[in-house]
Design a protein around this ligand. Structure first.
Ligand code: URA
Length: 243
């Protein structure tokens, strides 16, 4: 019985991953017709809160000093429940930045993002488009694990995203790939489905940004891998066009 309930919960989570809150809205046939995919899609303004100079971390000039300044953060309740602070990993001058949602159990134990099964799949996806994991920079919207892998709360994201914006400012990537709806809607300030976000190119303070499925969702739904493959090929082309 418990197993059935867990399977149902996972299935609903997957639906929400793709459709967001639209699943619970009525929609017309017209709204299901795919809109044209644009280069630099219309988007709401995105504010980089790291220009809040009153915060100590905003003055950091290197990734290491940022880590040293924030790694004992207790701004939200996750500071009490985490094992390790999962700052981010990879090349501090990377051209490519990958942004996920939040650490899971493996990441919480090791203090490194994407080291579990989803992480292995992410490494394979990157390899498939000729990026080594070590050459990119990988971080999450949240630096600490939400208990039982629940979705990040809006207040947690509000406290934590300034750290991510500061990382982006210091790393200065040419392109960003967002994994999954939670990361994408938080970073792009959009409240639409993953279907609508995929395939477009957004602009975060001059940095071209694209969106694809979260690898954990791909592990549960291997039939979404084809769409992911199309997304990451476009992402690679975008990167090549800027190099
Ligand atoms: N899922 C994420 O979004 N980030 C991780 O670091 C691991 C799993």
């Amino acid at each position: 019985m418990n197993n059935t309930i867990n399977l149902l919960i996972e299935a609903i989570k997957d639906q929400k991953e793709i459709f967001g809150d639209e699943l619970f809205e009525t929609f017309t046939i017209e709204s299901r017709i795919e809109e044209p995919k644009n280069l630099i899609h219309e988007q709401k303004p995105i504010f980089m809160p790291s220009n809040n100079l009153f915060e100590e971390f905003a003055k950091c000039e290197t990734i290491d000093s940022l880590y040293n300044t924030i790694n004992e953060c207790q701004k939200c309740a996750l500071g009490k429940t985490r094992t390790k602070f999962v700052f981010g990993t990879g090349n501090p001058t990377a051209d490519v930045m990958i942004i996920g949602e939040a650490p899971g159990a493996d990441e919480d134990k090791q203090g490194i993002p994407f080291v579990g099964r989803a992480g292995k799949l992410l490494t394979d996806i990157l390899k498939a488009i000729n990026f080594e994991r070590e050459e990119v920079y990988i971080a999450n919207i949240l630096k600490c694990r939400p208990p039982n892998n629940r979705n990040p709360l809006p207040a947690e994201m509000e406290e934590c995203t300034p750290y991510l914006y500061k990382q982006i400012e210091l790393i200065k990537p040419k392109v960003i790939l967002c994994l999954g709806l939670v990361a994408a809607s938080s970073l792009l300030n959009q409240k639409v489905s993953l279907t609508k976000l995929r395939g477009n190119v957004y602009d975060i303070q001059g940095i071209k940004t694209m969106v694809t499925y979260h690898p954990a969702a791909l592990l549960r739904n291997p039939n979404w891998k084809r769409g992911c493959w199309e997304d990451v090929q476009k992402f690679r082309k975008l990167y090549d066009s800027l190099s």
